[in-house]
Design a protein. Structure first.
Length: 309
């Protein structure tokens, strides 16, 4: 099945099979999406709406990209104004094209990268950076890991790269061998043995800000991008990913050995109800204020957990 990213890759490469036929569509007014369409005697049920696009701000026509059991199709709701009838529109549905499935995800040649992308859900620049950081560190720490196994990692960003680290190193938040500090920085510290780590920092030259890319990203976030702009954005993303995968290690990261104090989380299985919200809390995570034992949100009085009483 084509991923969302692969769909836009195919559209950008014009790997589509043009159809251009008028079709009958079941349209749900409340959901504002097509539920299915009939084409050459066969019914195609919509399983997923990939996106809807208005191709120009002054044309009310809408292009829907839908996934059916037989592939991904572009359905075009062609709308035009009836002369002399005010705001009333007339329209027809056109089955525009089908996205070809051959050559899917040519981006993924490396099996380890493919596994990370499968785990994460897609291949993106942040995942590529995390992947490169792990490859670099595992190569450089190979010998040390032989006599001192039990790699641990500190990642200074809560982005997609965390999933690459979890998949490629086996260090996860759950097993306590991964600490995520959300500083928004591509900084990765790989710790093996006591007190020392290899700290990798993404060099600023590796991913310089690209105004065109950022402008397109804003447009997509605001829901104003056309289908071709969305496909073009995917192509720019792919260019970034290829660059990140190709750059030599030294150009991508600066690396240095650092002293590391691994944050020692007290672990306990004792659960004690918070004196304010009543929800059970690990004893190690309780905060005592005015003799009341509170969970952290209650201690900070974030009203996320209203008191029961
Ligand atoms: Zn991602
Ligand atoms: Zn509480």
């Amino acid at each position: 099945m084509l991923t969302r990213e692969a769909i836009f890759r195919q559209i950008n490469a014009d790997n589509v099979e043009p159809i251009q036929e008028i079709v009958a569509v079941d349209y749900d007014n409340a959901l504002q999406m097509p539920l299915g369409f009939r084409h050459r005697g066969r019914y195609y049920k919509v399983m997923e709406l990939i996106g809807s696009f208005q191709e120009s701000p002054d044309d009310p026509s809408v292009l829907y990209l839908v996934r059916t059991q037989a592939g991904v199709y572009a359905l075009y709701l062609d709308l035009w104004k009836e002369p002399g009838k005010g705001h009333l529109h007339r329209g027809q549905w056109v089955l525009h094209f089908r996205v070809e499935e051959e050559g899917e995800d040519r981006m993924l040649v490396d099996m380890k990268l493919k596994r990370a992308a499968d785990f994460h859900g897609h291949l993106c620049p942040d995942l590529a950076i995390g992947y490169r950081a792990c490859q670099y560190a595992l190569r450089h720490l190979e010998l040390e890991l032989l006599w001192s196994p039990g790699l641990r990692v500190i990642v200074e960003s809560a982005c997609s790269a965390v999933d690459a680290v979890q998949r490629l190193t086996g260090c996860t938040v759950g097993n306590g061998r991964l600490v995520v500090r959300d500083y928004g920085k591509h900084v990765y510290t790989f710790v093996c043995g006591e007190g020392v780590g290899l700290r990798l920092t993404l060099r600023p030259e590796a991913l310089p800000p690209d105004p065109d890319f950022l402008a397109l990203e804003e447009k997509i976030k605001a829901g104003r991008a056309t289908m071709l702009e969305t496909a073009r954005y995917q192509a720019l993303l792919d260019e970034r990913i290829s660059t990140l995968l190709k750059l030599p290690d030294e150009v991508l990261f600066s690396a240095r050995r650092v002293a590391v104090e691994w944050p020692d989380e007290p672990t306990t299985s004792a659960l004690i109800p918070c004196d304010r919200c009543g929800e059970p809390v690990a004893a190690s995570h309780l905060v005592t204020i005015d003799k009341r034992r509170l969970c952290q949100p209650c201690a900070e009085q974030k009203k996320v957990t209203p008191p029961d009483r």
